[in-house]
Design a protein around this ligand. Structure first.
Ligand SMILES: [Zn+2]
Length: 319
């Protein structure tokens, strides 16, 4: 953080509530990441007292278990803790989660991650997908010039039984040239501030594009794409301005308009996925979340990874 940004950040301290000051103080003293996240979750429950089993309020604290405050619901009589209802509930070896979050942040393979956290490979794999399950893009809005383009990944049914065809060696090549149903499309859209979203598409069609873009496009956005014919009807349906570049005729840039930001995201994504060779298509969505959580943010912390995994911090990034 540069000096001016730091001064601005210090000014914000005046606006913190007493509880937020205590929380911030704990972080500044360097309390461990997981405890920081659990404190946040517990603070939320203390405020709302809502039971995750029956949604009634008025839960009371009744002691501690496994290092967590134990809450008891007066309506349904069930007990719960800060992790109940999050993907992290019932995962064991809590003391290794912060290290695992750091491993996720570093984009490590299952093998490296398992060695780093001293757990079995199968555990590291299960943790990875549990940790990534609750990661959401949150309320990201793409504004101003928004570039959108699809990229394609080879469909892989790795790990599935009863393949109708003979298994392909991992990382193989598509049998059919060009686009086919062996290719899975992934839409990536980015604005010029660096905010980026991505989604696996069932197919490249106006309807599927619309479904994704309507969640993230600011209504004043200017959508810029290549000449793919699915975008114009999508833009009309969304009521968004749209410009397309005729790339097949060699038009790469028109004034401020180009799709180089989003194409460089494609490259980053492909480089990231290449490290985890031959990933199964059913996990592609999970890998996209990982990409947004760990690869795009410049300075990601294990604490932010844990908070995202617990579902309390959406990923926001300015790459
Ligand atoms: Zn209850």
């Amino acid at each position: 953080m540069d000096h001016l940004a730091f001064l601005a950040w210090l000014n914000e301290i005046d606006n913190l509530s007493q509880e937020q000051r205590v929380e911030a103080g704990r972080l500044l003293r360097g309390s461990p990441s997981l405890e920081g996240v659990i404190d946040l979750l517990e603070a939320n429950i203390r405020e709302t007292r809502v039971c995750p089993h029956c949604a009634a309020g008025g839960a009371i604290i009744r002691g501690r278990a496994s290092g967590l405050a134990r809450f008891c619901c007066k309506s349904c009589g069930k007990t719960f803790n800060a992790l109940t209802g999050t993907p992290l509930a019932r995962l064991r070896h809590k003391e290794r989660w912060a290290e695992f979050a750091a491993s996720l942040r570093d984009g490590e393979t299952v093998k490296v991650s398992a060695e780093r956290c001293v757990v079995a490979g199968s555990t590291a794999f299960r943790w990875r997908h549990r940790f990534l399950r609750a990661v959401t893009a949150g309320a990201i809005k793409l504004r101003g010039i928004v570039e959108a383009d699809e990229t394609f990944f080879l469909s892989s049914r790795k790990g599935e039984r009863n393949l109708e065809r003979t298994a392909r060696k991992r990382g193989g090549r598509a049998c059919k040239r060009g686009l086919s149903n062996e290719q899975v499309p992934v839409l990536v859209a980015a604005d010029r501030s660096g905010s980026t979203i991505s989604a696996v598409l069932p197919a490249v069609s106006s309807e599927h594009l619309q479904k994704v873009l309507m969640q993230f496009l600011d209504k004043d956005a200017l959508l810029v794409t290549d000449g793919c014919t699915s975008y114009p009807p999508c833009a009309v349906a969304l009521g968004i301005s749209h410009e397309s570049l005729n790339q097949t005729a060699g038009e790469r840039v028109r004034g401020e308009l180009h799709i180089q930001t989003v194409n460089s995201r494609h490259e980053q994504l492909k480089t990231f996925l290449r490290r985890h060779r031959g990933i199964a298509t059913k996990y592609l969505d999970s890998y996209l979340r990982w990409f947004h959580l760990a690869v795009l943010p410049k300075h990601q912390t294990p604490r932010a990874v844990l908070a995202a995994a617990a579902g309390i911090l959406p990923v926001t990034q300015n790459a």
